[in-house]
Design a binder for this molecule. Structure first.
Ligand code: TNX
Length: 526
C-alpha cells in the first residue's frame, strides 16, 4: 500500500483554518442529530452550516493514488446521492470554500481515527492515514440530508449541519462473511456486499470459497476443482467459480475501500466438492457424487493420506499468492465425519502449511481443540467451551455468535428466506448484545472483533442477499465500532430509520423491519 504523501503545506492548513468559522443559522438540524451509523465517539454541534452545491470543490493535499481514490469515491457518492457533480483538485488555493481532505502527519490518538469539522465555508476531514480519511468520508456521506422524499435531483443545494466530530473504532476487526459455496454469487454481487459493509466502516470481508456443494476458486494446479467441483450448488442451480483474476478484482475493490479480504477453504469437513473433483483425495480411491442438499458434517478429507497435504499445500500456496491480507481461514467447523484425534492432528499440520506461506490461520471455534500458534485467530459461533479453550491458549477470538450475528437467521416468523436453528434475529436482537460480556470467562482482552456471517443455503440471489444483510449489518458495524457505553437501542433505531432513502438511492434491497421507524412511506417496502 502506498503510504507516501506530500508534506502538508502550511498554506493549506492556514487556508482551512480561516475557512472553518462559526455562524448561526436557524432551522438547520444539529450535527448531533445526524443519522450516523456507526455512532461517532464525539460529536459537537457548532450552530453553523455548510451549503453543498455545484460550485463546491473537493481539495486534497496529496496526489497519492489512495488519497485520489478516496476523493473520487466521495465525489461519486455525492453525485449518486445528490446529483451534484463536484470537482476534485490537488492542493488548495488559499481562502477557497470547499471540502478539504487532509492527510496530516500529526498522529491521531487512535489507529484509523479521524476528525471532521464542518463550518460555513469549509468541511475539513483530517486523518493520519488514508483509512482514517476514508472513514471520515463515509461519515460525511451520511451527514448529507436525504430524509426528504425524492430529494435527488429536486434540490440544487444540501445543507450540512456544522460542528466537530472526533472518531475512532473500538475493535480493530469488524467483518462480514459471504458463503459462495452453497449458492454462487457473481463478482458484482460480491462487490455490492462490499459496498454495503464499507458504508458502515467494516474492515474485513470473509469469503467462504468452498463447501460440500461447490468449489468456487480457480486453483491452477488442481483444475478439476473448478471444472468438476464448481458445477453444483444447493438445489438445481449451475454453480460457478471465480477465476484468480476475478478474485484479484474483488480483493482490489475491497482494498480500495479499506477492507481486507480473508479467503476461506473449509476443511477437513465441508469438502464434498473437492472429493467429487479428485478420486485420489478419497480413502477408497473413488470420487464422490456432487452434492446439492443442505446437510452438514458428512464429508472429510483423508487425514492419513500424504496427498491430502500436498493438495492443501498447493491450494494455500496459490491462494496466499493472490491474497495480500495476512489471514487465511481454513474452516475446521462441523467435521463430524473426522475422528477427534485425527482432527486435532490435521489442524496442527494445516496450521504449519498456512504459516509456511506467510499467512496467519483463522478457523471456526472447533480448531481451539488443537494446539494453536499464538497468532492464530478463532471464530466463536456456538459452543462457549470451545472459545474458552481458545482463551486458555491466550488466543484472540472473533465474535460471530450464531444466535446474535448469523445473517442467515430469519428476522421473524414471516421471513421467507433463512433458517431458525439459532433463533429469530430481529433488527433489535442483532443490535442488543455486547461481544465483551456475551460469554462468561471471555472479556474484551480476548476479543479482536466482531463478524456477521451470511450462509447461503437458502439465499439464492443478490436481492435476497441484500435483504438478509440490510439493515442488520449496520448494527454489527456499530457493535464493532462503538464502545458499548454509547449504544442505546432507541437512539440507534431512530438513526437507522433515516437511512432508507440512502438504501433506495444506492439500489440496495433491505428488510423494512417494523421495529424501526423508517423516515417515510418509501421505507415500507413489500
Ligand atoms: C453452521 S457456522 C455452519 C454452516 C451452515 C450454517 C447455517 C458454521 C461454522 N457452520 O456450515 O451453513 O450453520 O446456518
Amino acid at each position: 500500500m502506498k503510504k507516501h504523501f506530500f508534506a502538508i503545506s502550511m498554506g493549506f492548513i492556514i487556508a482551512i483554518a480561516c475557512c472553518v468559522s462559526c455562524k448561526n443559522n436557524k432551522n438547520i438540524p444539529e450535527l448531533t442529530q445526524s443519522a450516523l451509523i456507526p455512532k461517532p465517539v464525539q460529536i459537537v454541534s457548532n450552530g453553523s452550516s455548510f451549503k453543498l452545491d455545484k460550485s463546491t470543490t473537493i481539495y486534497i493535499n496529496s496526489d497519492d493514488s489512495d488519497v485520489v481514490f478516496a476523493a473520487d469515491y466521495l465525489k461519486k457518492k455525492l453525485q449518486l446521492l445528490t446529483e451534484l457533480d463536484l470537482s476534485v483538485k490537488v492542493n488548495a488555493p488559499s481562502s477557497k470554500k470547499g471540502i478539504f481532505l487532509v492527510l496530516s502527519d500529526h498522529s491521531m490518538d487512535h489507529v484509523n481515527g479521524y476528525q471532521l469539522e464542518i463550518g460555513d465555508k469549509a468541511v475539513v476531514a483530517t486523518a493520519s492515514n488514508v483509512t482514517g480519511l476514508f472513514y471520515a468520508i463515509q461519515t460525511l456521506v451520511q451527514i448529507v440530508p436525504l430524509d426528504c422524499a425524492n430529494c435527488k435531483g429536486k434540490e440544487d443545494n444540501y445543507i450540512l449541519p456544522g460542528g466537530y466530530i472526533k472518531d475512532y473504532p473500538e475493535y480493530s476487526y469488524r467483518a462480514a462473511m459471504l458463503d459462495v459455496g452453497r449458492h454462487f454469487f457473481s463478482v458484482d454481487d460480491v462487490k455490492s456486499y462490499i459496498d454495503i459493509i464499507s458504508a458502515f466502516k467494516m474492515n474485513y470481508f470473509h469469503l467462504h470459497l468452498s463447501d460440500d456443494q461447490g468449489w468456487r476458486i480457480e486453483i491452477k494446479s488442481w483444475p478439476k476443482l473448478t471444472s468438476v467441483g464448481s458445477k453444483s450448488e444447493v438445489g438445481d442451480g449451475k454453480g460457478g467459480y471465480f477465476t484468480q483474476e476475478d478474485y484479484k478484482s474483488i480483493v482490489k475493490y475491497a482494498s480500495d475501500r479499506h477492507i481486507t479480504v480473508i479467503p476461506e477453504i473449509d476443511m477437513p469437513g465441508h469438502t464434498n466438492a473437492a472429493l467429487a473433483s479428485y478420486a485420489k483425495l478419497n480413502s477408497d480411491g473413488k470420487a464422490k457424487e456432487l452434492y446439492t442438499g443442505t446437510e452438514v458434517g458428512f464429508s472429510s478429507l483423508d487425514v492419513d493420506n500424504p496427498i491430502t497435504y500436498e493438495f492443501i499445500d498447493d491450494v494455500i500456496s496459490e491462494l496466499a499468492a493472490i491474497t495480500p491480507g495476512p489471514y487465511i481461514n481454513i474452516g475446521g467447523d462441523e467435521s463430524l465425519a473426522t475422528k477427534k484425534e485425527d482432527y486435532i492432528k490435521f489442524i496442527e499440520k494445516v496450521q504449519k502449511i498456512v504459516s509456511s506461506h506467510g499467512k496467519t490461520m483463522i478457523g471456526w471455534e472447533e480448531i481451539a481443540n488443537a494446539k494453536l500458534d499464538p497468532s492464530t485467530l478463532v471464530g466463536f459461533w456456538k459452543e462457549p467451551e470451545n472459545i474458552l479453550k481458545a482463551a486458555e491458549q491466550n488466543l484472540k477470538v472473533i465474535m460471530m455468535p450464531a444466535h446474535k450475528a448469523y445473517l442467515d437467521m430469519k428476522y421473524d416468523s414471516l421471513t421467507t428466506i433463512g433458517y431458525t436453528w439459532a433463533g429469530y434475529i430481529g433488527v433489535d436482537t442483532a443490535y442488543l448484545w455486547n461481544p465483551a460480556t456475551l460469554v462468561p470467562g471471555i472479556d474484551k482482552s480476548n476479543i479482536l472483533g466482531v463478524e456477521a456471517p451470511l450462509w447461503t443455503e437458502t439465499v439464492t440471489n443478490r436481492d435476497e442477499m441484500q435483504y438478509m444483510i440490510l439493515p442488520r449489518i449496520a448494527g454489527y458495524a456499530e457493535i464493532g465500532w462503538c464502545n458499548d457505553s454509547i449504544k442505546h437501542w432507541d437512539d440507534y433505531k431512530n438513526r437507522l430509520g433515516r437511512l432508507n432513502n440512502r438504501f433506495d438511492l444506492e439500489g440496495w434491497n433491505f428488510y423494512p423491519s417494523p421495529v424501526v421507524p423508517w423516515s417515510d412511506e418509501k421505507g415500507i417496502k413489500k
